[in-house]
Write a protein that binds this ligand. Structure first.
Ligand SMILES: N[C@@H](CCC(=O)N[C@@H](CS)C(=O)NCC(=O)O)C(=O)O
Length: 220
């Protein structure tokens, strides 16, 4: 039975899983859900994803939610090409990079994007600015580290790249939203302000199958 994949368009977490599926070239049955309680909070879906969030997968009797846990599960299903490294040194670099993204980049991106996407900007401008400054610091460090390497934690694409990549276009989409100039700082022009990150994004965007993972409603 094919792997069942549950995702929603524009979710950076779901995008991670769809990208990993392309890199791994795993067959799957695609189940696109809408962000409504009907889809996400139905008893049937809660049995797969207990918090009622995307992404989630079902593989026979196994269900997995949380994007990184899903990608790790896929590594066991199909070890090659590896996304988690071939030896302890490489694996530790990949996990270290994933944990840094999760602990220091993602929370600020969520704070920033939430104020913009959920119409809270008028009340929470300072939260957006503080988050933006933290993001800019992280991007400056990432840009410096990507100047002399092609990928974040390995000489080829790894789970670290897949975990980070979707949050960059998500961030740009928030920063480009109209009437957000005041809080968008350097985030409106990531390619210009962080050229090594821009080049790294292009590397990810040249993955065969990249288009299959791209959020469909962003094309409309
Ligand atoms: N930590 C989770 C985050 C999943 C998540 O927050 N998904 C959002 C979409 S971006 C969602 O499904 N939200 C719907 C809801 O909470 O009702 C992961 O990595 O998979």
């Amino acid at each position: 039975m094919a792997l069942e994949v549950y995702w929603g368009s524009g979710s950076p977490y779901a995008w991670r899983v769809l990208l990993a599926l392309e890199v791994k070239q795993l067959d799957y049955e695609s189940n696109r859900l809408s962000f409504t309680d009907e889809d996400l909070k139905s008893d049937e879906y809660l049995a797969i994803s207990p918090r009622g969030k995307v992404p989630a997968i079902r593989d026979g009797s196994v269900t997995v939610h949380e994007s990184i846990a899903i990608i790790r599960y896929m590594e066991d299903l199909k070890p090659e090409p590896t996304l988690f490294g071939n030896d302890p040194a490489e694996r530790s670099k990949i996990w270290c990079s994933i944990m840094e993204i999760m602990n220091y980049i993602e929370p600020n991106i969520l704070d920033y994007a939430r104020t913009i996407f959920y119409g809270e900007l008028a009340d929470k401008k300072q939260i957006a600015i503080t988050a933006r400054e933290a993001i800019e610091n992280e991007l400056t460090n990432l840009d410096a580290s990507l100047k002399d390497k092609d990928y974040l934690a390995s000489d080829k694409i790894s789970a670290a790249d897949i975990v980070l990549y979707p949050v960059i276009p998500f961030l740009t989409r928030a920063a480009m939203k109209e009437n957000t100039e005041e809080v968008s700082g350097k985030l409106r022009a990531i390619d210009d302000n962080y050229p090594a990150i821009g080049a790294w994004c292009k590397r990810i965007e040249s993955i065969p199958g990249y288009e299959n993972a791209y959020p469909p409603h962003w094309k409309e």
